[in-house]
Design a protein around this ligand. Structure first.
Ligand code: ADP
Length: 720
């Protein structure tokens, strides 16, 4: 008898076995419907094996579904990814068949000639229809329009049997990219990088590269050339380009369309399910060459993946923390290895993990050292706020104000950068000191003036700003403390009423379309001063931008998590790198209370190596990533006692292991979210320890009750 292991989208650690009916041919990767309790559920076949006379009574597979099977490379990748992240393999697999969620397209109705039958009665209108139709089947309405007759004429011919209706499935067309459409003339650095990458895809097999170049050095242009040469050699090759933010996709899609004369396929959560289904089907059938997407595009069933590009590879948005916990960049490297493809990690500020791999020679290291054309790096100045503090209740110091005025006068643009949404990060009572917090969450409420509400950025809870302090009842004593982008904008408008000012944050720019519109206005010079959160600190090209002001350069340094300094360095480099891209030199002014902090000094000196050296040294001393490995276990639940007990059970069951330590359990810094209590444990291991194996054997010893959720986060980015 044949048995199929079927991966089901449930939080269970293994595939379930089903009997394969004699008459059913089944293979790995195929979609099936199987019974689970009283219902039928969709699953994917992990393996089919022959068994001899098992006495277990297995339920049988109900149906084999018609969907295209997942290719072997995709199945291998899903299996690896589930093991690496300790995620339920069925849930991981469900990511790969998400594209099938929309109902299949309805067949199109076309009309065509039946043999050479002619109408019994010929009229000019009928003749026009037959002439317009020719040999090609077409929709009846189009035919009537082409012939200049009413649809009744076409219908009459169908009724008479001269024409017939056929139903066909017309797959969505993805125009093939033309590698020779509009090639760029590369500078020598770019050409050298493209040569290496093209040679690697031509050689076949896995290879990984860091494409390392300052902002505006032409990394995109260089990797697009590698894409072109890969496609020129092998028109059936597929290329995946991952971006950290949906807001960046439009710009890249426009560039690819201009370069190759055909738009790439787009894949992210903003794409409607029917379109996603079309992309999915085209990818699995090999009918689509270039996919531009967010991290979820990693799970597409590529038929012939040859090149994967992770742009802005350092970006923490590649880490997925809700639901399945994984790092898109790390999984991209794994996918390339499993598919025998080339992977390119591109960044102006590579992550320490990637630099570590490049230094060790595991990744080829391609450097673009010059900016393209006349653009030069901005002049970076640290502005010591102790010397020139802003006036009370304002946030822009005198020198920064003067620089903005000069820039305005020159007809150029300013970007003021503050990584804080809303108007004020804290609202407190002047009378009793009470801080407004979210009701069931350890998080302060942020004032938003546009909406007139207090908002919890963690859970989305909102309330009207109260007149009375909820703690002491005093009237009109609540004050806003500290700046958010909305408050800086208010100050800018008061200082420069004639300037065109706008705010770019996830509140003012709610979706990709709004982001595109604002970016276009800025690019075309329709904005003089843009006040922005990190959303605008990446990848955009604003040719008239010559001044970047960082309102609070100290912000990220206070976070106290592993990557706080690294993230600050990256953000500030990206933000200051926006200035002076094209023909105009730029400058950046960083307001800081700690001008002698090593991160800021390295930044002002433009000295990435100094920063990396210092930071790598700290990590090495503490044996933290990339010099060691981390994994977090997060327990949460409404029942605080059950959470506590599970945490203690886990602590009591830690397997013996060398070169590995477990910290905790401790209350998570955010100990309460949406009424759920949270506890954390942290595992640190040397690099050569089998961390996943340790976690598996540990978790196998403890029964987690249904009321407690356990999340495993391998290589955590958030420590909250
Ligand atoms: P990066 O990806 O490193 O930030 P881009 O590839 O976006 O850099 O290049 C920055 C700017 O320089 C873009 O406007 C791009 O069109 C232009 N550019 C880069 N390389 C070339 C080239 N070889 N020829 C013409 N323009 C180029």
């Amino acid at each position: 008898m044949k048995v199929a292991s079927v991966l089901i989208p449930l939080p269970v650690p293994e595939a379930f076995d089903y009997e394969v009916p004699e008459t059913m041919a089944l293979a790995r990767g195929e979609s099936v419907a199987v019974p689970l309790g009283p219902r039928l559920i969709r699953g994917v076949v992990a393996e089919v094996r022959e068994t001899t006379g098992s006495n277990r009574r297995l339920k049988a597979v109900t149906t084999r579904l018609d969907d295209p099977p997942l290719p072997a490379g995709t199945m291998d990748f899903l299996d690896w990814a589930a093991r690496w992240t300790l995620s339920p393999p069925g849930e991981m697999t469900a990511m790969a068949v998400k594209g099938l969620r929309a109902p299949p397209p309805r067949p199109e109705r076309l009309v065509r000639r039946v043999g050479d039958r002619t109408p019994a009665r010929s009229t000019p209108a009928r003749t026009a229809v037959l002439e317009a139709l020719g040999e090609r089947a077409q929709p009846p309405a189009d035919l009537a329009r082409a012939a200049g007759v009413s649809s009744a004429v076409v219908k009459g011919l169908i009724d008479e049997g001269v024409l017939e209706i056929i139903e066909t499935l017309v797959p969505a067309a993805f125009d093939p990219p033309d590698p020779a459409h509009a090639p760029a003339t590369l500078n020598p650095d770019q050409a050298a990088a493209a040569d290496v990458l093209a040679a690697a895809t031509a050689a076949g097999g896995f290879a990984a590269f860091l494409l390392d170049g300052i902002t505006g050095s032409g990394k995109t242009e260089a990797y697009l050339e590698a894409v072109a040469r890969t496609l020129a050699r092998d028109p059936s090759a597929q290329i995946l380009i991952l971006l950290p933010e949906i807001a960046l996709t439009q710009d890249l899609i426009a560039r690819i369309t201009a370069r190759f004369g055909a738009a790439p396929a787009e894949w992210h959560s903003g794409i409607a399910p029917p379109r996603r289904r079309q992309v999915w089907e085209a990818v699995v059938a090999g009918r689509c060459s270039i996919v531009v997407g967010a991290r979820s595009a990693l799970f597409l069933p590529f038929a012939n993946l040859k090149l994967v590009i992770v742009d802005e590879e350092h970006d923490a948005s590649f880490k997925q923390e809700d639901g399945l916990v994984y790092h898109g960049r790390d999984l991209a490297v794994a996918r390339a290895r499993i598919e025998g493809a080339v992977v390119v990690l591109a960044s102006a500020t590579p992550s320490l993990e990637t630099l570590w791999n490049a230094r060790a020679g595991r990744y080829g290291w391609l450097k673009l050292s010059r900016r393209h054309g006349a653009a030069v790096l901005p002049d970076i100045q640290l502005l010591d706020l102790r010397q020139c503090p802003p006036d009370p209740q304002t946030w822009l110091s005198q020198p920064l104000r003067e620089a903005i005025a000069e820039t305005l006068l020159a007809g150029e643009q300013t970007l003021l950068f503050l990584n804080r949404r809303g108007y004020a990060p804290v609202v407190l009572c002047r009378a009793c000191g009470h801080r407004m917090t979210s009701p069931d969450t350890d998080s302060w409420l942020v004032e938003h003036r546009y909406t007139g509400r207090l908002v919890c950025h963690l859970t989305g809870f909102t309330m009207a700003r109260p007149r009375l302090c909820p703690a002491c009842g005093a009237e009109d004593t609540l004050v806003s403390v500290g700046p958010g982008v909305e408050r800086v904008e208010e100050e800018v408008r008061a200082l420069f009423p004639e300037a065109r000012t706008a705010v770019f944050s996830s509140d003012t720019v709610p979706d990709a379309r709004a982001a595109r519109a604002l970016i276009r206005t800025m690019t075309e010079g329709g904005i003089d001063i843009l006040v922005a959160t990190q959303a605008a600190a990446k990848g955009h090209n604003f040719p008239r931008l010559t001044l970047v002001g960082v309102v609070d350069a100290d912000l990220g340094l206070r976070g106290g998590d592993l990557r706080a300094a690294e993230r600050t360095f990256q953000l500030l480099t990206q933000a200051t790198g926006r200035a002076g891209r094209a023909e105009r030199p730029g400058r950046a002014i960083l307001q800081t209370w700690t001008p002698d902090h090593p991160v800021l000094m390295a930044l002002a000196a433009g000295d990435r190596d100094a920063f990396v050296e210092a930071e790598m040294g700290e990590r090495e001393a503490a044996a933290l990533p990339p010099h060691g490995r981390l994994a977090a276990l997060i327990l949460s639940g409404v029942d605080a006692l059950a959470v506590e007990k599970t945490a203690n059970d886990l602590a009591a069951a830690i397997p013996n292991a060398e070169r590995l330590e477990v910290y905790g359990p401790a209350d998570a810094p955010l100990g309460l979210i949406r009424g759920r209590r949270r506890k954390r444990l942290l595992v640190r291991a040397d690099r050569d320890v089998d961390l996943q194996g340790f976690l598996r054997s540990w978790l196998g010893r403890v029964k987690v009750p249904a009321s407690v959720r356990l999340t495993v986060d391998v290589d955590p980015y958030s420590f909250l």
